[in-house]
Design a protein around this ligand. Structure first.
Ligand code: NI
Length: 139
């Protein structure tokens, strides 16, 4: 952990009150930790905008496993991105539906492309991409 530095910032009173409410509503014990996390969120957003940076993301999709050849197609797509796919977890949600979580690492465009290809398959009902970081530049 790097050295702690104290600094002061100027905020309009109304904005400070909103900050206090956000900190309280988010159940942070102090403002500093809340602001650290806000900064890290912005850093991760920037990493996802920069095509050269390596990022980490989790794709979650819900699909109908009775859809014709869908399971095979989803596996084929993941094999096309085998340099990016770190791990996959499959959950049988019901008789008809499956959920799959794919943790991926690589450039943001490659991970977005993987998520988009999966999302576009007929029978895939919902897909989300949670954007995160390798963590190396967040502390
Ligand atoms: Ni299943």
């Amino acid at each position: 952990m790097s050295d702690l530095v104290r600094f002061s910032i100027s905020l309009e009173k109304a904005l400070l009150e909103k900050l206090e409410r956000l900190v309280k509503a988010s159940r942070y014990t102090n403002r500093s930790e809340f602001i650290r996390d806000l900064i890290r969120e912005r850093l991760v957003e920037q990493q996802w905008m920069d095509k050269r940076q390596e990022v980490v993301g989790t794709i979650t999709m819900v699909y109908d496993h009775h859809a014709r050849q869908l399971a095979d197609k989803l596996v084929d797509i993941q094999h096309d991105h085998q340099q990016n796919v770190l791990a996959t977890t499959h959950v049988h949600l019901s008789h008809d539906l499956c959920a799959e979580m794919i943790m991926a690492r690589g450039s943001a465009p490659r991970i977005r492309q993987l998520a988009d290809r999966l999302r576009q398959q007929r029978g895939v009902l919902h897909t989300t991409l949670a954007m995160s970081s390798t963590g190396e530049s967040l502390s």
